[in-house]
Design a protein around this ligand. Structure first.
Ligand code: FAD
Length: 463
């Protein structure tokens, strides 16, 4: 690895891979860093090693990634898998961890393509062993073919839930229940966006086909579910929920939950990029121009980390960011940039037809985001409850950072990845504000490092 590159790209999902290939094919030195051992990101995970029958099970959307991964392997890119980025600052200095050793490198341009995380939504019992994110279940399926042995309950809201139910069903997993916490009024909310969504009708018909397939197999979805609670002494044994005015319970040792995905902003916040509240996606997104340039000079952001757009949009956005980096590096002219971008812009426009409908349809109920009861753990690392956060607000600490200093929420190993959004909603609700509070200030290291790892930055001082 060199100390300096013209372009460093963080994340080897569709956005990072397409950006890296485009930039390398224009002859600049590119480093592509990703914490995973193989390229593909969330969606095209384990693309190179997956057995054909499992790949088929994951569907055509998954198989689309094969071309991108092959192009990546054939391009002249310094690709560093197994490399975690723990710091990015406004001078474009990048702290990374590779094989237990830390290093700092720098770049003339950075493309942040680090994707999304599943939206953490605290509810009673969500920290019990046996309650996991649906995405984690899907990662085990994609990477290792591991599926639940004794069946599973799936609950939440968002397209991934239905997709995973369908994939599990075809992998022979018993679906004990599929609980949809999307409120009925979302149908009305989404209706005005339906005509535009029909222009991307293949997404809708795919969703309907999954539903029909599951229904024919006797797996119905319970809609308009609320009041989800996970129970158990040391691990999950039962869940309860409200449906059609009655409380129901199901015995299960595995509950997979999903409430959509949100941009992974820890690095963009640590770098000091400006972020804005996106009401339709219900999350904070970095403020960007149409090329993906952030408020920090020479840092570009592409893919789901820029705002949720899905895998195909991420691929096009990655290329647009690469064109911008090439232009800034003097490798292409403004006119060439415009011409090169034409195709990707057209595809992106078409891909985006479906988004307003999906965002309205899967709008998470405000109540679920703002009002976990006082005893519910919000910061699972430091064990801070919703009640403690509210008490801090009532004592006069009215923003996320003040509440963090007072209660230690967000100071544990995940550095707020699991609680930042919930804390911002709870504070806003306690303050009577409509808009959630800004998330915690980003701080390096965004992931835990041991002192030994940090010390490896200064080998001469160790001797
Ligand atoms: C859990 C999960 C499951 C999903 N499943 C599906 C699905 O089945 N079908 C579908 O259509 N869409 C799915 N999506 C959405 C889809 O993955 C995204 O739309 C798409 O992958 C976005 O591409 P991207 O390149 O922006 O980010 P990603 O594909 O997420 O790639 C980002 C990459 O950055 C890496 N990274 C992140 N932080 C760091 C860091 N600090 N240091 C180094 N590397 C880092 C990640 O490991 C990852 O490889 C899923 C999303 C999630 C979060």
């Amino acid at each position: 690895m060199k100390n300096h590159y013209s372009l460093v790209i963080i994340g080897a999902g569709p956005a990072g891979m397409s950006a890296a290939v485009e930039a390398a094919n224009h002859g600049i030195d590119v480093a592509l860093l990703d914490e995973q051992e193989v390229p593909g990101g969330q969606i095209y995970r384990a693309m190179e090693s997956i057995p054909p029958e499992r790949a088929k099970l994951l569907g055509s959307e998954y198989l689309h990634g094969e071309k991108l991964v092959t192009e990546l392997r054939n391009a002249s890119i310094d690709y560093f898998p197994g490399t975690q980025v723990w710091s990015l600052n406004e001078k474009l200095e990048i702290g990374l961890l590779h094989h237990d050793k830390t290093a700092m490198i720098s770049a003339d341009q950075v493309i942040l393509a680090n994707g999304a995380i599943e939206r953490p939504v605290p509810f009673p019992g969500w920290t019990l062993p046996g309650v996991m994110n649906a995405g984690a279940g899907q990662i085990l399926l994609k990477s290792h073919g591991i599926v639940p042995k004794d069946g599973v309950v799936l609950a939440g809201s968002g397209p991934l839930l239905l997709l995973l139910a369908w994939q599990y069903h075809h992998a022979g997993v018993k679906i004990k229940a599929l609980l949809d916490l999307t409120p009925m009024q979302n149908h009305l909310r989404a209706l005005p966006h339906l005509p535009r969504a029909l222009l991307a009708g293949h997404y809708l018909s795919k969703g309907m086909a999954y539903k029909k397939d599951l229904k024919q197999a006797g797996i119905g979805t319970l809609h308009n579910v609320s009041n989800l609670v996970a129970r158990g002494q040391s691990k999950l044994d039962t869940i309860s929920f409200k449906h059609s005015g009655q409380i129901h319970s199901i015995e299960t040792d595995l509950l997979l939950i999903h409430f959509g995905v949100i941009p992974h902003t820890q690095l963009s916040r640590a770098a000091g990029c400006q972020h804005q509240w996106n009401p339709s996606q219900q999350c904070w997104t970095p403020g960007l121009n149409k090329w993906g340039s952030s408020s920090i000079n020479r840092i570009l952001i592409a893919g789901d980390g820029a705002g949720i757009g899905g895998a195909r949009t991420a691929e096009h956005a990655g290329r647009l960011a690469a064109f911008q980096a090439l232009y800034k590096l003097g490798k292409i002219t403004r006119t060439e940039r415009k011409q090169l971008a034409r195709k990707d812009r057209k595809w992106m426009r078409e891909e985006r037809h479906i988004r307003p409908f999906l965002e309205a349809f899967f709008h998470i109920p405000e109540k679920l985001l703002k009002v976990p009861d006082d005893n519910t753990l919000v910061c699972r690392c430091e064990e801070v409850t919703a009640g403690e956060i509210r008490s801090a607000v009532h004592a006069g600490h009215s923003d996320s950072n003040q509440v963090k200093f007072l209660t230690r929420c967000g100071m544990g190993p995940c550095q707020g990845r699991q609680c930042a959004e919930a804390v911002s909603h709870i504070i806003a609700d306690a303050n009577g504000d409509n808009k959630p509070q800004e998330l915690y200030r980003g701080r390096a290291p965004v992931t835990p490092l041991t002192l030994g790892q940090l010390a490896s930055l200064f080998p001469e001082e160790q001797e």
